[in-house]
Structures are given as C-alpha cells and as structure tokens.
Design a binder for this molecule. Structure first.
Ligand SMILES: [Zn+2]
Ligand SMILES: [Zn+2]
Length: 240
C-alpha cells in the first residue's frame, strides 16, 4: 500500500489537519482544505472511492461536500463513492451541504450513488467494495461519541482522535505501523500525548507516525527524537 499523510497538524496550526490518503483510492478523514491539497499535489480526487471518517468534528469532515461537488461537477465517470463512518454520518453530511447552501445535494446523491456504511458496533470488520479489509474500533474522544480508529488490511493502523484506551492499544498491536493522534505533550481523555505514544511503541515494539500535532508537541517530539516514533511533514509518503 502507498500511504500519504496529506495533513499532520492540529487545526490551529499552519499544517494541514490530519488526513491520510491510501493508494489514491481511499482517504481517511476530509478536513478543511483537503480537496485543494490533493489538487496541489496533482492527485486525482475522482479516483477516491472510499472515504473513511473517524468522527464528526469539523477538522475531519468539513471538505466532504466540496469533494463530492468536485467529483460530481467535473468528472464524467466513476461517480461511485462509499462513505464509512460513525452512525449519523449521513445526516451530518446533509447538514453540511445545507450549511454550505448547496442546493444540488439530492441530485449529487442520486447521480453519484453514494453508499453509506454507518458504524454501530464497538468492533466490526468490513470487506469493502475496493477489496480493502477494514477493521473498525471504537475509540475514546471525550464527549465526541462515537469516534473510530481503523486497521486497513491488517497493516496500517489509524487511531483517529483518541485518548489512550484499549482499542487504541489493539490498533497498535495489530498493525505494522500506526498513524496515531499525538496532539498533546501529555495525553488527556480526548487526545493522546507524547507520554502515550511512547508507552505504545515500547509496549508493542511497533513504529508510530505522530499526527494531529499541535506546534509545541511537534517541536518537542523533534527535539526528543524517540526511537520508533516519526514526526513528518505534510505530504510525507511511504510504501508498506
Ligand atoms: Zn476530534
Ligand atoms: Zn481532530
């Protein structure tokens, strides 16, 4: 799999908000600015067939209507999109369309054949239309419920926004590499911190790429240079 970290920052930073592209045809979260970032890097957004949403905070879903409109208005074929996310994601996307004052939501939905998979279990396994095996795990993001982390093809883990919890440990344990929320210097009930990812990488002896970074956390992580923990720039790519 080819992985690109489109964004690695928290919302109030100059970095793009956390967002990961998998093989050009699947994306995990669509924060504000995602469509522009993809176009800037000469990606073809219309190739994206699956959108995995971790939770419904604005810095994870704000660009979905822009993306759908782009694909609908500018592309002739391949208009099938699968959106996987927490229960209520369909309704939330409708609300976003309404808030953005787009009047062609119904038309877009009908012509694009959007398939929603709304998650309700603590853990599920989905074999999706793109032949990805996606494990979904409920994680712990304070009052924002539900929030999910994912394991794709038993290889790449993504915690989404989460404090340390059993399912975050499951994700790290069962993935070859994990892209993990490391917003804070010290973790709390909403986000992990340097202390948490250090604990995880030591316990499971697995590499972690820190994401959703606040600026002070990014600086400290670079300064500490901890074994098996990577701090990367937006646009960082690797194959696994
Ligand atoms: Zn969040
Ligand atoms: Zn967030």
């Amino acid at each position: 799999m080819k992985i690109e970290l489109v964004g690695t920052g928290a919302i109030y930073t100059k970095y793009n908000s956390a967002c990961t592209l998998v093989n050009s045809d699947m994306i995990v979260d669509m924060p504000n600015g995602t469509l522009k970032q993809l176009l800037k890097k000469n990606h073809k957004p219309e190739k994206i067939k699956t959108i995995l949403i971790t939770h419904m905070h604005g810095d994870h879903i704000a660009d979905i209507p822009f993306f759908l409109k782009y694909v609908y208005n500018y592309m002739e074929d391949n208009k099938e999109i699968e959106i996987i996310g927490p229960k209520g994601i369909e309704n939330q996307i409708v609300k976003l369309f309404n808030a953005y004052k787009f009047e062609d939501r119904k038309e877009i939905e009908e012509k694009m054949n959007i398939k929603y998979i709304q998650l309700e279990q603590e853990k599920e396994e989905i074999n999706n239309t793109n032949s990805y095996k996606i494990k979904t795990l409920l994680v712990s993001h304070g009052e924002e419920k539900p929030a999910y982390g994912y394991i794709i093809n038993d290889t790449i883990g993504l915690t989404g926004d989460s404090g340390i919890c059993n399912n975050v440990e499951e994700i790290v344990k069962n993935s070859k590499i994990t892209i993990a929320d490391a917003s804070l210097l010290e973790g709390d009930r909403c986000h992990m911190g340097i202390d948490n990812i250090k604990y995880l990488t030591k316990k499971y002896e697995k590499p972690i790429i820190a994401t959703h970074l606040r600026d002070n956390t990014r600086e400290k992580l670079k300064e500490y240079s901890i074994e098996n923990i990577s701090v990367v720039e937006d646009g960082y790519m690797f194959e696994i």
